[in-house]
Design a protein around this ligand. Sequence first.
Ligand SMILES: NC(=O)C1=CN([C@@H]2O[C@H](COP(=O)(O)OP(=O)(O)OC[C@H]3O[C@@H](n4cnc5c(N)ncnc54)[C@H](OP(=O)(O)O)[C@@H]3O)[C@@H](O)[C@H]2O)C=CC1
Ligand SMILES: O=C(O)C1=N[C@H](C(=O)O)C[C@H](O)C1
Length: 269
Amino acid sequence: MSNQVRVAIAGCQGRMGKTLLEVTQDKPFVTLGAAFERAESPFVGIDAGELAGVGKLDVVVTAGLEGLEDKVDAVIDFTVPEATLANLEWCRKHGKKLVIGTTGFSDAQKAQIEQAASETAVMMAPNMSVAVNLMFKLLEQAAKVMSDHDIEIVEAHHRFKKDAPSGTALKMGEVIADTLGRDLNECAVYGREGITGERDPKTIGFATVRAGDIIGEHTAMFADIGERLEITHKSSSRATYANGAMRAASWLMDKETGLYDMHDVLGLK
Ligand SMILES: NC(=O)C1=CN([C@@H]2O[C@H](COP(=O)(O)OP(=O)(O)OC[C@H]3O[C@@H](n4cnc5c(N)ncnc54)[C@H](OP(=O)(O)O)[C@@H]3O)[C@@H](O)[C@H]2O)C=CC1
Ligand SMILES: O=C(O)C1=N[C@H](C(=O)O)C[C@H](O)C1
């Protein structure tokens, strides 16, 4: 049984914002309380659904969150790190839940999120697809068995993506490094060029592709002489991320404080 939740969609006219507006329509446990963009946005004052091409929703795009305290239980944020931190502050101040899908945070920004989560409940995950979160579990198992294989992570996304490697690829690296007792900060190799010498067996390599309209593809490769295992996830719709975000917002409703991830929401811990 899902908790009822009134959500505010941050960055509601972005790629994820529009998809989130769309999926609110088939979730009986979700009410669209608000949809907002930055103050300078030309979309402010116009019906969010009409703009997003999902039909009139009777919710106009607002400039930020101020004044929306009585309409919203949880904010769903797929924007940019600086905007997320501003939304985090509003949620902390007003005791509202926050679902963070945005990627590309610095360590200092992550510490700020952790700190705020001692005052309100936050769910942060670089990927909200159920299958990707299951993949993290499969990677743990693979790393245990193939600890001396060459491990490489390859990701591909659309031409508009701002951060690299993707948050999901970094999480894949973290899961594998943690399982192997390695520190990702020390063993990650982000791209190769020139006379690099032979591969250091303790490294985890990352390669990034940015092209066209690829929604999101991730592969972890465990390679030895004679064979290799590849674990791959491919997204064909952003709705899988948006559905996960709605599920997380509802799940947070009976949490007072704390920083959670998608494994908490899905009961995979
Ligand atoms: N966790 C997950 O499952 C997923 C995570 N992501 C992540 O989500 C993020 C967004 O991706 P995507 O939707 O493709 O990006 P877009 O650029 O399409 O959307 C971002 C939106 O946020 C808006 N925005 C920027 N600043 C503010 C602000 N201060 N207040 C309100 N809105 C603001 C942008 O407006 P403007 O154009 O005016 O700047 C834009 O509408 C990325 O970090 C991406 O990696 C994406 C998919 C899945
Ligand atoms: O920017 C995107 O599009 C995506 N970003 C997330 C990431 O950085 O991992 C999740 C997904 O891959 C789509």
